[in-house]
Design a protein around this ligand. Structure first.
Ligand SMILES: NC(=O)c1ccc[n+]([C@@H]2O[C@H](COP(=O)([O-])OP(=O)(O)OC[C@H]3O[C@@H](n4cnc5c(N)ncnc54)[C@H](OP(=O)(O)O)[C@@H]3O)[C@@H](O)[C@H]2O)c1
Length: 248
């Protein structure tokens, strides 16, 4: 039985679920975090191996994040990997109509909570024996280029690149690796409207290609299973035919 332990945020749906199932199939112990207990239990019920620990958590709340990592320490004793995945967005809105409330809603999950979870994981990895671990941040192809009307999402995903680089640098002395996965159009609840029609820079609304989310889960599992001497620093995985490369 594997002693490998991971925490995955947003594990009740989409990319978090697919990644949890990929690790569980490989025999990992996985703490499943997210706000909806029923969705987390559903993920646990889909597992074909490993050990699931369902921990309902609102990752925007510092006390709940602290409780999540304390629970993992109590149950498994150590932490090998955090997949810092939970994310949120608001409807497409031109910058001129974007409100501070919308901005705060997205930044609370996509940036503040990403800091909180990474910070708690980093401390646990630094202070455990043997020392070390890996943090995988979920960025986006929006960490490179914006979609129209997406200032908060784009700004937070660009910021994740800074978070990743800072953790990778500060983590070296503690054997803590940090990498980032930038995804484009995996078929999840978040991208449901992409296949119906997505606003393009030229004003047209066009259906976009999506890809099977399980390919992302496999990629996260690949990164997670590397020895700590090796790190996938950045990886982009996207639907082959989505409009991104070649200005459309
Ligand atoms: N799908 C794509 O093509 C794509 C592309 C680029 C980046 N991403 C990134 O991938 C990540 C996952 O997205 P997804 O596509 O899998 O969409 P999703 O199915 O909507 O997943 C978002 C997850 O985040 C969790 N979450 C949101 N707010 C939370 C909070 N306050 N506390 C705890 N958990 C919270 C949700 O769980 P609860 O509602 O249960 O809390 C949900 O499981 C996001 O960071 C997203 O930006 C996705």
């Amino acid at each position: 039985m594997s002693e490998k332990v991971a925490v995955i945020t947003g594990a009740g749906s989409g990319i978090g679920r697919a990644s949890a199932l990929a690790l569980l199939a490989g025999g990992w112990n996985v703490a499943l975090a997210g706000r909806r207990q029923d969705a987390l239990e559903e993920t646990a019920g889909m597992a074909t191996g490993g050990t699931s620990l369902v921990v309902p958590t609102d990752v925007t709340q510092p006390d709940q994040v602290a409780a999540l990592f304390a629970r993992v320490k109590d149950r498994f004793g150590h932490l090998d990997v955090l997949f810092n995945n939970a994310g949120s967005n608001v409807p497409t809105t031109n910058f001129g109509d974007f409100t501070f409330e919308m901005w705060r809603k997205v930044t609370a999950v996509n940036l503040d909570a990403m800091f909180l979870c990474a910070n708690a994981a980093f401390r646990m990895m630094r202070d455990q024996t043997p020392q070390g671990g890996r943090i995988i941040n979920n960025g986006s192809i929006s960490a490179h280029n914006p979609r129209p009307g997406s200032v908060a999402y784009t700004s937070t995903k660009h910021a994740i690149t800074g978070l990743t680089k800072s953790i990778a640098l500060d983590g070296r002395q503690y054997d803590i690796a940090c990498g980032q996965i930038d995804i484009g159009n995996a078929a999840t609840p978040m991208t449901a409207r992409s296949s119906e029609g997505q606003l393009q820079p030229n004003g047209q609304v066009v259906p976009e290609a999506r890809m099977d989310v399980n390919h992302v889960g496999q990629q996260v599992a690949f990164m997670a299973n590397l020895p700590l001497e090796t790190n996938v620093q950045f990886v982009t995985i996207m639907a082959t035919k989505m409009p991104w490369i070649g200005r459309g």
